[in-house]
Design a protein around this ligand. Structure first.
Ligand SMILES: [Cu+2]
Length: 453
């Protein structure tokens, strides 16, 4: 049997950890780590051009230090434990204590020096997805550099020649290392503080894992059949809401490092795609959307003016991707009368409970015993009951008067009187007159059999 330590591959490599993180200004920069899974406050610039920093959903931004005009960062590739949601943790690989790694933010025109220390049990590298840089800084093992061996630190140094939204991930044993959660965002703010300025700027990565209920380590060989569909390695109801003050100009940047596309749909608004990982989209080239498909290995950013208060769902429109680990293998029983079958099964298993013959909404409130380290397929409760969602789902909460740096959950929306869908309690229409058999033509009789005519 393996101990957890051995599974994580930490062992001897971790021994020097303390030495790395306490270095003088002349040596390696500090490598701060983050363990809290909550969205950390954006990191506002203290020098250089002003910019509106991003809020990384359930994540954080990596602090830097200045060294003779160069912005220095220190990434540590290492095994991490990531809570997908309370009750389910994955043993993943990531950077600086978390998967995904911290967001790196800098400004167009900056020169950056990024130290990458490898505490994984195998070599790694960092590829700076979408960025314009010297070929030798591109991070492709074998092609542009040797792998960074376990226990070693490499330096990447280049100028940030354009603003935009980029990603970073290994280009070394990629299938394994990305399936284990190694990825992060790299946001380059425009040098002109007024260009493409917004009031709130959210970023998150789409990622997916295959973790059997009761186990902790992703099955890295999986190609299509994932059971954890996550944003920044979090699943609903543990993905934080996107908190917005009414009338804010809002940008949402979404990167996709899974192996399938995700149509991200936001309720309540139409919006325009303003940026891809290739750069900013010219105003005359934009068109309105309410769902934006994020292709594999791509980033899309969209913008809207938050003029409508409310609790607006934001989710992947592939409905299986708003479900959690349990239940993907449940057979379909809609329309099947299982009462006779249930009677027979109860003779051998008295607690047997048939499920799903009216659909599966009941499962949202069903409390069933689960294996260790997994959570129900759909869960989360709103002010009107179970939300019946999991996975890639969150809520854009637009409220009057939220202060500039406040990202705290404001609770559920208080709907103005008379603006919530309600039950009709007046007279019901005479259904038999409307759709009774005497009004049907012979052609449609077949279709009406399902109704009480
Ligand atoms: Cu999806």
């Amino acid at each position: 049997m393996f101990s957890r330590r051995q599974l994580l591959g930490a062992g001897a490599v971790l021994a020097g950890a303390a030495a790395w993180t306490k270095t003088s200004a002349m040596g390696l920069p500090d490598a701060p780590t983050m363990e809290a899974p909550e969205t950390q406050p954006p990191l506002f610039p203290t020098s250089g051009p002003d910019y509106q920093p991003v809020a990384t959903l359930n994540g954080w931004t990596l602090p830097h230090r200045m060294n003779n005009g160069v912005k220095e960062f220190h990434l540590v590739a290492e095994p991490v434990e990531r809570e997908f949601a309370p009750g389910m943790t994955g043993y993943l690989w990531g950077y600086n204590g978390q998967s995904p790694g911290p967001t790196i933010e800098a400004v167009e025109g900056d020169r950056v020096r990024i130290f990458v220390t490898n505490k994984l049990p195998e070599h790694t590298s960092v590829h700076w997805h979408g960025m314009i840089l010297p070929s030798g800084m591109d991070g492709v093992v074998g092609l542009t550099q040797p792998g960074i061996p376990s226990g070693k630190t490499f330096v990447y140094e280049f100028d940030l020649v354009k603003s935009g939204t980029f990603m970073y991930h290994p280009h070394a044993d990629e299938m394994v290392q990305m399936a284990m959660g190694m990825m992060g965002f790299f946001v380059i703010h425009p040098k002109d503080p007024k260009f493409m300025r917004v009031d709130r700027d959210f970023v998150f990565l789409l990622n997916a894992y295959d973790i059997d209920p009761g186990s902790y380590v992703p099955r890295v060989m999986e190609m299509t059949d994932f059971n954890i569909w996550s944003w920044n390695s979090r699943i609903f109801p543990a993905i934080d809401p996107l908190v917005v003050s009414k009338n804010d100009k809002v940008r949402v940047r979404v990167g996709n490092l899974t192996m399938t596309n995700h149509p991200i749909h936001m309720h309540g608004y139409d919006f325009e795609v303003t940026c891809t990982d290739g750069g900013w989209v010219r105003p005359e080239a934009r068109w309105p959307e309410v769902s934006i498909d994020i292709p594999v290995g791509a980033m899309r950013a969209y913008e809207f003016d938050a003029i409508y208060a409310g609790d607006w769902a934001i989710h992947c429109h592939k409905s299986h991707h708003t479900m959690n680990a349990m239940g993907h293998d449940v057979p379909t029983f809609i329309g099947v009368d299982k009462s006779k079958l249930a009677e027979k099964i109860r003779k051998v298993q008295p607690e047997y409970m048939p499920m799903g013959n009216r659909g599966m909404a009941d499962m949202g409130e069903m409390e069933m015993p689960l294996p260790d380290n997994t959570i129900p397929m759909m869960t989360g409760t709103g002010q009107f009951g179970p939300i019946e969602m999991g996975g890639m789902f969150s809520v854009v909460k637009v409220r009057e008067g939220i202060s500039e740096k406040d990202y705290a959950d404001p609770g559920w929306y208080q709907h103005p009187k008379g603006t919530v869908a309600f039950e009709w309690t007046g007279d019901l229409p005479a259904a038999e007159k409307a759709i009774g058999p005497e009004t049907q033509t012979p052609d449609t009789t077949k279709h009406s059999q399902g109704h009480k005519g």
